[in-house]
Design a protein. Structure first.
Length: 234
């Protein structure tokens, strides 16, 4: 990876302490607001420098190599489809995601994404993420993989692919290789109405309709344990 120039380094060092206040959900509202504003400003300042510079402002939460940080509730990004990352950044920036009442973590990301000035900046940072090495996230969800496979095949596989590899034609993102704890959290967010409720989020609406199909927490854990097992086999 090329050496970070002095301008980018000053952006990173000047905001890194503030950025920590914008990660996770155990901070005061004042800290979170300051962190989000500081990070959005850092993203905007870095945008003209390209994807690597923008990524330097993201790495505080998501990890230098995009590996994620569960303690900060920041998922791994490196195994995800580029087209899906782009769509989610666009949705955060436009307000299609992260604006529902109760979605504190989504609101943090939405506030940061406004620092991305245009799709060119989004494309640049997504391309940089795509160049980072894939890394298998740690398993954190315990479940019955066989039971999970049965439910996945019946309910999820038609859109997300038989091994959770995703399907761009159906706008269904890759699941295998995404943090299992994050997938559980997002499934619950759809069920709770934190995602998929915006009038213009047609793909989110589809997933929200499916979010009540798994009958209980054990089945949810089983399904995402199976998905994690598929990542380990690839």
């Amino acid at each position: 990876m090329p050496h970070i120039n002095k301008l980018r380094m000053s952006v990173v060092l000047g905001t890194s302490l503030v950025l920590l206040a914008g990660c996770g959900d155990d901070k005061s509202s004042a800290q979170v607001t300051a962190g989000n504003q500081g990070q959005a400003a850092a993203v905007a300042a870095a945008a003209s420098q390209g994807g690597e510079a923008i990524w330097a402002t993201c790495a505080t939460c998501h990890g230098a190599q995009g590996e994620g940080n569960a303690a900060m509730k920041a998922p791994s990004l490196v195994n995800q489809n580029s087209w899906y990352l782009k769509r989610q950044l666009q949705h955060f920036r436009s307000g299609l995601r992260g604006t529902a009442d109760g979605d504190a973590l989504g609101a943090q990301m939405a506030a940061i994404a406004v620092g991305l000035p245009d799709d060119k900046a989004i494309d640049a940072v997504v391309e940089h993420i795509d160049d980072l090495p894939d890394a298998l996230p740690a398993t954190t969800v315990d479940g019955d993989v066989v039971n999970g496979r049965d439910h996945y095949d019946m309910i999820c596989g038609a859109c997300h692919g038989p091994g959770g590899e995703g399907n761009e034609v159906l706008s269904a993102p890759r699941l295998a290789g995404t943090d299992d704890w994050y997938l559980v959290n997002q499934y619950q967010n759809f069920a709770a109405g934190y995602r998929g409720t915006h009038a213009d989020d047609k793909y989110g609406k589809q997933m929200k309709m499916m979010s009540g199909v798994l009958p209980d927490d054990d089945t949810i854990n089983n399904v995402f344990a199976y998905i994690q097992s598929q990542a380990a086999e690839r």
